[in-house]
Design a protein around this ligand. Structure first.
Ligand code: ATP
Length: 366
């Protein structure tokens, strides 16, 4: 288990201070993959560096397993090399003058850890096998492909068999194609390894596809913590909804109180919608109503449904292969809609759009 409690870190900038991390707390249970996701400058890397012992926070605690490695109140900070962690960074920091074996062995040979040559060999070969690089131990590191270098960096992070693996944007230096391939591969590897992981990224797809739990960060604070499905389908703030992809957001008014297992109703400028209301919403309250572009069902004839139907005109339809990305005029407003390629929407065409109640999300305003 990794536990971060009320962590705070500020940096002096000019005459003032920037709150890089502003009192955040989270837990990563053993074997879980936890991602800090957010735009540039929101404090992800600083959080990870505090966990690693590369920054000293002003407030808060960090616990790895049963060991408190940072306790600001008592001013106790375990140095990085004594924390039970492995790290993979953006630039893999692979040493080009060394073989694959020597790169992985390096962390065992520094810090006078007292391993015999036999033990080092055994550990290195085991780490290489875990990332499926066995057989390449003697190859010069620069002769590996981009993906293999990434796995080498992972083997080096794992060779001390750390309790927690920290990864800071490990895919961001790869070109788009390799990045996608490595995302799948790294996700699969880390799942197989079953190691407690803290991952930092600004890429929603990476976070959604790899994580057990995501914390979306905004200006040094956690805006929402949840499973990928919760973060994507039930954003709890406008910031999270916006950040998680193109969403149609409209202000609305609740026409009912929220009630468990019962659909509520929201009024917007585009009409009234049946939808699930988040707990605590009261009739008359102002809310944000979100419609994801991919959640509409499209018809050429009026489907004759009782509610949740819009009538719109296609303004722009951009072919993206699997789908058309469309801009549609609905009354005075414009919305984004993704339509399956087989439907082949045409500009100027009139269409009916149905948004099922379970696919509408409603955000309680703070
Ligand atoms: P990115 O994805 O761009 O790396 P991030 O979410 O990881 O961003 P941080 O690098 O943690 O964000 O930075 C958070 C804030 O703290 C930013 O405003 C940044 O400019 C500031 N900051 C980070 N490190 C320092 C430093 N050493 N000195 C001054 N300000 C810093």
């Amino acid at each position: 288990m990794l536990q971060v409690d009320k962590l705070r870190k500020t940096f002096p900038v000019g005459g003032g201070k920037v709150k890089a991390v502003d009192g955040i707390s989270f837990q990563v249970p053993d074997g879980n993959f936890f991602t800090l996701l957010g735009p540039s400058g929101c404090g992800k890397t600083t959080t990870l560096r505090c966990v690693a012992g590369l920054e000293r926070p002003e407030a808060g605690d960090v616990t790895i397993g049963d060991k408190k490695v940072c306790c600001t109140e008592k001013k106790q900070y375990t140095p990085t090399h004594k924390r039970d962690i492995g790290m993979v960074f953006q630039s893999y920091a692979i040493w080009p003058h060394m073989s694959v074996f020597d790169n992985v062995a390096f962390p065992l040979t520094v810090d006078k850890m007292g391993f015999s040559r036999g033990q080092i060999k055994e550990r290195v070969l085991h780490a290489l096998a875990r990332v499926k690089l066995d057989g390449l131990a003697n190859r010069p590191a620069p002769q590996l492909s981009g993906g293999q270098q990434q796995r080498l960096a992972l083997a080096r992070a794992l060779v001390k068999e750390p309790r927690v693996l920290l990864m800071d944007e490990p895919l961001s230096n790869l070109d788009a194609r390799l990045r996608e391939q490595m995302r799948v591969e790294l996700g699969q590897l880390v799942r197989e390894l079953n190691i407690t992981s803290l991952y930092v990224t600004h890429d929603q797809v990476e976070a959604l596809s790899m994580s057990h739990v995501i914390a979306v960060m905004d200006e040094g604070q956690i805006a929402q913590i949840g499973t990928p499905a919760q973060i994507y389908s039930q954003p709890s703030t406008k910031f999270v909804a916006d950040f998680m992809g193109s969403t149609n957001l409209f202000e609305g008014k609740a026409l009912t109180d929220a009630a468990p297992d019962t659909l509520g109703k929201v009024e917007t400028v585009l009409g009234n919608w049946h939808c699930t209301l988040p707990e605590g919403i009261r009739k008359g309250e102002t809310v944000m109503f979100c419609m994801r572009p991919e959640n509409f069902t499209t018809y050429r004839e009026n489907p004759g449904l009782e509610s949740n139907v819009l009538e719109g005109k296609v303004e722009l339809a951009t072919y993206l292969g699997e789908v058309y990305d469309c801009t549609m005029a609905v009354g005075e407003r414009t919305i984004r809609v993704r339509i399956h390629h087989s439907f082949a929407p045409k500009p100027e065409e009139k269409l009916f759009l149905w948004l099922p109640p379970q696919n509408c999300s409603v955000i309680k305003l703070q």
